[in-house]
Structure formats: structure tokens, C-alpha cells
Design a protein around this ligand. Structure first.
Ligand code: CA
Length: 234
């Protein structure tokens, strides 16, 4: 079976070029011109990878990325029209797998798709969960997280925060990034909102494993999940 690649791009010219290049290279491309269509397509059949344009008519590409990742754990490659660094950095901090700046060569893009697929497939087949992540089990359907086998009673934002940190152990997330990824109205919230939720989250983790400090503060930078958590409770 050919790997299904979902293209989310509102410019038909670019979408055509991409579809042609992917098809020539043995992929099965599917094109969606809006974010809404992409969410439906991804729900109907989970693609092997999503190529996601940042500038979409209905949903901002970053917002769409967030919604996609809430539903399925699929590799995402961003297409960005603005050459500025911010788009790139934000794209990668969100946990996207790669990005390509427009204008791009179709051949280069297909090569990137292959690289991302190879990398993510290797991760999956090795079936290796890093120890810090092994301490936690996320149940996306029930929106609950277990810590060393015990269910945590989490508020909505605590759940979002912890889930974000668990996905990339050791990665330092700034307060702004956490607000952007977890909160509905990042503009309305303040840095100390994040701090307050981290504080209550820590207390709940401490109640289960008093000797551990799973959420580390990086002064002036943000928060990260500790990389040295044991896989089973000490
Ligand atoms: Ca666009």
C-alpha cells in the first residue's frame, strides 16, 4: 500500500505540483484546501504524514496542527511562505517534524517527506519509550494521565500542560509556548497563569512520588520534563 500523504494547502498550483511530485515518487497524495476538510480527511483515514501550509483561509496552520495532534499522532511537515525565523521556530517548537520554506523544489520536499517518514518509522518500530515518558501513561480518549500507574486528577489546563511536557522529555518549553499550545485564549492569559498551574501540577505529582521532581524549572527559559525519571516508581 502506498503511504497516504495529506496536503493541506489553499493554492491549487502548489497543491498540484506537490501531488504530482509525490505520486511520481510512489506516494498517494490527498489534497485538502481548507483546515476543516483536512480535519475530516485525517479522521476518516489517518495519513502517514501531513504537509501543512501555515497560511490557510479558514484556520491558522498552527491552530490546525494543534487540533490534528490532539486527534492523531501523525508526522507534520510545515510549508511556510514567510521566510522569517519566527514561523520556523514556532513550527518546530510545537513539535512539528520539519518545515520547508516557499518557494521550494518539489524534489527537495519529497526528499524531506522520506526523511521524516524514515525517522518516525524508526522511532515507532524500535518501540522504545524513553524512561521519563514511561513514568506516565496518557489516555487521550479519557483525557487522563497516569503517573506510575496512578490516575492524576487534573484540571483541563493541567492535563494539557503535562501532556505537552511528556511528549518531549528534556525540551524546555517557554511560558509563551505553553500558553500558545495549551490555553484557548493565550492573549488573555499571563505567564503567571502557567506558573500557577505548574505549581498545582507539581503538588499532585508529589503526592504520588514525593522524592521526585518531574517538572524542572529552567530559570528565565521555562519548564521541561525531567529526563532522569526512573521507568518504575522508586
Ligand atoms: Ca496559503
Amino acid at each position: 500500500m502506498k503511504p497516504l500523504i495529506l496536503i493541506v494547502e489553499d493554492e491549487p498550483g502548489i497543491a498540484d505540483t506537490l501531488q504530482y511530485a509525490l505520486r511520481t515518487d510512489g506516494f498517494e497524495p490527498r489534497w485538502c484546501a481548507t483546515g476543516e476538510a483536512a480535519l475530516q480527511a485525517a479522521a476518516a483515514q489517518v495519513p502517514a504524514l501531513v504537509i501543512l501550509d501555515v497560511g490557510l483561509p479558514d484556520i491558522n496552520g498552527f491552530e490546525l496542527f494543534k487540533r490534528l495532534r490532539e486527534r492523531v499522532d501523525v508526522p507534520v511537515l510545515f510549508l511556510t511562505a514567510r521566510g522569517d525565523e519566527i514561523d520556523r521556530v514556532v513550527g518546530l517548537e510545537l513539535g512539528a517534524d520539519d518545515y520547508v520554506a516557499k518557494p521550494f523544489s518539489p524534489r527537495e520536499l519529497v526528499a524531506r517527506v522520506r526523511t521524516v517518514l524514515r525517522r518516525t518509522a524508526r522511532g515507532a518500530s524500535a518501540n522504545h519509550t524513553p524512561a521519563p515518558a514511561a513514568a506516565f501513561e496518557i489516555d487521550e480518549g479519557r483525557r487522563t494521565i497516569r503517573f506510575y500507574g496512578r490516575a492524576l486528577e487534573l484540571s483541563r489546563y493541567e492535563y494539557g500542560l503535562l501532556k505537552t511536557l511528556i511528549r518531549r522529555p528534556g525540551h524546555v518549553f517557554s511560558r509563551d509556548t505553553l500558553l500558545e499550545q495549551v490555553w484557548d485564549d493565550p492573549g488573555e492569559s499571563l505567564d503567571r497563569t502557567v506558573d500557577a498551574h505548574v505549581k498545582t501540577l507539581r503538588a499532585k505529582l508529589k503526592a504520588i512520588a514525593p522524592a521526585l521532581e518531574p517538572i524542572r524549572t529552567h530559570r528565565g527559559a521555562g519548564y521541561a520534563l525531567a529526563e532522569d525519571l526512573p521507568a518504575s516508581q522508586p
